[in-house]
Design a protein around this ligand. Sequence first.
Ligand code: ZN
Length: 176
Amino acid sequence: MAIREILTVPDPRLKEVSKPVEGGVTDEIRALMDDMLETMYDAPGIGLAAIQIGVPLRVIVMDLAKEGEEPEPKYFVNPEIVETIEETLPYEEGCLSVPDIFDEVERPARCRIQYLDYDGFKVDEWCEGLYAVCIQHEMDHLEGTLFIDHLSRLKRQRAIDKVKKATKRKIREDVS
Ligand code: ZN
């Protein structure tokens, strides 16, 4: 396993549409998911899409266990949202690719998803609460959409400028 670099805005790769994994869940895909999970835990975050480490494949990892609880890693290959309910849930979201920015996004409160798990088995389930928020946020990444794309143009630009400034400062600190 290895910790990979997480891309941040305005890296153009984050706008890419990810491609489906062909040929099922191979050892290569499992190795990618292992790296993604380690990178996510290190960050730390609760969800990560492959494109966030520069791999344009429809793969997501997640762990919603609270601090002090046993880890509960979840793996999603070729996930699809097949149904949503009309009722929405506002939730203050953040993203490892938009560090230190948090804002409220409103999404369907429940959704039904289908995906292949770590062992390649097909799963079909309903998600709600934080699980529903997180899977919809991560699935957006597969389409090249970030949570700040759901905000007003002004808020989005402010967020990007803030991250750009912070990244520049970090690079300066690293070289000095
Ligand atoms: Zn994100």
